[in-house]
Design a protein around this ligand. Sequence first.
Ligand SMILES: C[S@@+](CC[C@H](N)C(=O)[O-])C[C@H]1O[C@@H](n2cnc3c(N)ncnc32)[C@H](O)[C@@H]1O
Length: 495
Amino acid sequence: MGRKSQSKQTSKKNPGKENNRIIQKRKELSILVDKVLRLTSIFQAACNLTKSWDHHLEIYEILGEISNVESAYTTKSKSIPRRANIEKYLKWLNENEAQYEGVEISEFDGYELGLKAVKEFKEDSLILTVPTKVMMTEKNAQESELSAFIQIDPLLQNMPNITLALFLLLEKNNPESFWKPYIDILPEKYSTILYFRLEELAALKPSPVFESSLKLYRSIARQYAYFYNKIHTLDLPVLKKLQDIFTFDNYRWAVSTVMTRQNNIQLGDSDVTAFIPLWDMCNHEHGKITTDFNKEKDRGECYALRDFKPGDQIFIFYGARSNADLFLHNGFVYPKNQHDSLSLSLGVSANDPLRESKLSLLTKLGLAGITHYNLYKGDNPISAELLAFIRIFNMNQDELAKWSSQGLPGDLVSLDTSSAEAVGAAIDKRAYTYLLTRCGLIRASYKKDSDDSEPETLHRKNIKLLKECEVQILEGAIKYLESAIQKLPTAQTQV
Ligand SMILES: C[S@@+](CC[C@H](N)C(=O)[O-])C[C@H]1O[C@@H](n2cnc3c(N)ncnc32)[C@H](O)[C@@H]1O
C-alpha cells in the first residue's frame, strides 16, 4: 500500500525519480523472469512426481516474488463489482441487437452468475441470439494493433487462445473499448488452478490431475516469462502499451478468462476462438449441444436443452468432458457427469525382459506412444485400447510370439465376446487381475488424505468433489473387473 501511493506522489513531484524506479523494477523483474525461463526449460517431462513438485515449489516462489515486485510498482484502480455492471451490459447487448427476451442475469448459489428464465421455454425453443459483432474473437485480435506482434510471433500464430488472452488484456485497459460493458461483467478472479495456493495444489494428490495441474502451471509460467521478455525487448507500439499491463496476475486472469469462457465458432470458412457474450453466462449441466452459429443471420443461437420454467436457471451442455478436464480448464466439477473418466498412467517397464516384443505388438495396434489410458464411469469402464494394453502387458513369451506372427491382431483391441474367445481366458484372467490389483492400490491411496480440518473454500470443495468422483470410477471398475474375472470360463484359465 505504502509503496503504491509513494509511487504516485513521486511521479507527480519528481519524474526523474520515477524513471529510476521503473528502471529498478525492470532490473528486478528481468532477473526473476530469466529464472522462470531457465527453470521451465530445464524441466524433463519424464521426471517423477516428487521432482515435479520440488520444481513447482521453485517456480511458485519466484512467481510470488514477481507478483510482489509488480504489485508494489503498480497502482491498482478500484474495480466496481461485476454485478453493478449488469444493467450497462444488458443495455449494450440491446443496442447491438442481441435477443434474450424472457432471460435475466441472476446470481445462483454455487455458480456465481447465470441465466434465469423469466418465462417458459420448451425444449429446443430459441432462447437467445448473439450477433457476431459483439463477439470478441481471434479475428478481432488479428485485425487490431496486436497484428504487428502476431505476425512476428510463432506462439501467437499457433495458439489463438493466447492471442485472445493478450487482446483481452489490451481491451481491458482501453476505456474506449467497444467490449468494455462485456469486460466489466467478467469475474475478478477464477477457481482455476492458477489461483490455487500451494497447500490446495498439494491436496489434489493422489489424483492424476495433480500432475496435469503442475504441467499447466509450468506452461503458463513459461508463457508469462516468454511474453515479458518480448514485451520489454521488441520495438512495437502495441508492446509498449502492454508494458504496464502485462503482469503475472493480469496474465493468469486473462488466461483463466479464456480457459473458462472461450468458444469455438465457425465464422466464414474457419473455426475461430471467441468470447460470446451472454451465451457465456450459461452454466453447465448434462444434456445435448444446443448452441450453434447461424451463418445467414450472422449470429450465435442458443436453444433450450430441456424445458425451463419461469425461475429456473438456464443451463447449456459444455460437451462430453471428464471432471478432470472441467476442473483443470473450467474450475469446477460436475458430480453427475456421465462422461467422467480417470486417467491411468500405464507403460511397459524398461526392465521388463519382454519389453521389445510387447512394444512391437503395441506398435502394430498404434498404441506404442500411449502413456495414459482412461477408466470410464458407468457400466463399461474399460476401453478397447486399455483392454489391448493389459492383455499385451500380461502375455508370456509364447503368447507374444503367437500374436506377433499375425498381420493385425485386431482381436486384442476388441471388447467383443468372439474376440475374448480368440484371446482366451488365460490371458484375460491375468489382464483383469493385473488391472484389478492396480485399481485397488490406487483406490487405497485415496483413503489416506481425508483432511477435513481445512476450511471449505471453493478450491477445496472442488478438489474434494473431484477426488470423490475419481474414487467412484475406481470402485465401479473394481466391481466390473471382479465380475469379469468370475465370468471367465474356469477350465481355460490355467496358464
Ligand atoms: C462460461 S462461465 C458461466 C458463467 C459464470 N457462472 C459467471 O459467473 O460468469 C463458466 C464458469 O461458470 C462456472 N460453472 C459453470 N457450470 C458450472 C456448474 N455446473 N457447477 C459449478 N460451476 C459452474 C464455473 O466457474 C465456470 O468456469
